[in-house]
Design a protein around this ligand. Structure first.
Ligand SMILES: C[S@@+](CC[C@H](N)C(=O)[O-])C[C@H]1O[C@@H](n2cnc3c(N)ncnc32)[C@H](O)[C@@H]1O
Length: 272
């Protein structure tokens, strides 16, 4: 039977309803990754001598009996999105193993990105996506600024020490991954005399690149309140300023930032 507007059959609309709800509930994917990190599941699997069965996991987590099926559902969902892998040994029991993605969330490694997941799931960032329509109608503000009101995200961060810690830890962990990039992509930096890292924060990425390229003159440009008091070194210097007004001159510009729709949309007219 066709629907009232004649376009689709009732069965198609019924399927569409399931599709729509699947889309609406897809926020559970990142929330489940955070849930797994909060329960330290990647660490538990990593420290287990072989891929872990559900009952071994449940006993390691010490969850009440009434919540055991929730752990099972969590693990199945995370396996479904390739965050964990399901493997079977000869006993035919399902076991959970790490994939490269969940390996990135094992604590204590030089590529652990758990703090990045924590930052990206903070209510302030997640809630800002409720303001996309309002942001589209405005001129200047970023999505987060639209959500926060006149206060900028950077002012907010620097007035909230707990949030600042979360932010700094996330940026530091993300910068560590640069070491992996340097292993395979050294040639990107070879032959460059000077580089300005725009929005380079407290210099986490800078220190890694300066160590690998001691001849490179590296300038970190960031907001004055971020770089004030930071000590440079032989080849590293910190400059306080506003990237939208002026950027120090250098052979190359690096931009490693997130959530900066305004930055992406800004023609860098201030670059020489
Ligand atoms: C997402 S963080 C990235 C930090 C660093 N690139 C990293 O990867 O660790 C963005 C940085 O841009 C800086 N920033 C924001 N607005 C700026 C502006 N107008 N001028 C200079 N830096 C700015 C922030 O203070 C913050 O340190």
């Amino acid at each position: 039977m066709a629907s009232k507007n004649g376009l689709y059959k009732a069965s198609e609309l019924f399927q569409a309803q399931a599709h729509l709800y699947k889309i609406m509930y897809s926020f559970l994917n990142p929330m489940s990754v955070k849930w797994a990190i909060d329960l330290q599941i990647p660490d538990i699997i990593h420290n287990h001598p072989q891929p872990i069965t559900l009952s071994e996991l449940v006993s390691a987590l010490k969850v009440p009996k009434s919540k055991q099926t929730c752990v099972q559902r969590l693990m199945r969902l995370l396996a479904h999105i390739d965050f964990f892998a399901i493997v079977k040994f000869q006993d035919n029991q399902e076991r959970y193993a790490l994939t490269p993605t969940s390996q990135l969330l094992v604590s204590g490694t030089d590529h652990c990105l758990s703090s990045m997941v924590r930052l990206l799931s903070t209510p302030i960032l997640v809630d800002s996506y409720n303001h996309l329509a309002k942001w589209t109608s405005g001129e200047d503000l970023t999505v987060v600024e639209t959500a926060l009101g006149p206060e900028s995200y950077w002012d907010f961060i620097h007035q909230n020490s707990a949030y600042l810690n979360t932010f700094n830890e996330a940026m530091e962990s993300d910068s560590h991954v640069v070491r992996l990039a340097l292993r395979d992509c050294r040639s990107v930096f070879e032959g460059i005399g000077s580089l300005v890292d725009v929005g380079g924060g407290t210099g986490n990425t800078a220190k890694i690149i300066c160590e690998a390229f001691p001849e490179l003159k590296y300038i970190v440009l960031d907001l004055p309140q971020v770089v004030s008091g930071l000590a440079g070194s032989n080849n590293l210097s910190f400059v306080g300023g506003n990237m939208f007004k002026s950027i120090p001159q250098a052979d190359a510009v690096m931009l490693k930032v997130y959530h900066s729709t305004r930055i992406m949309m800004t023609p860098f007219s201030c670059l020489n």
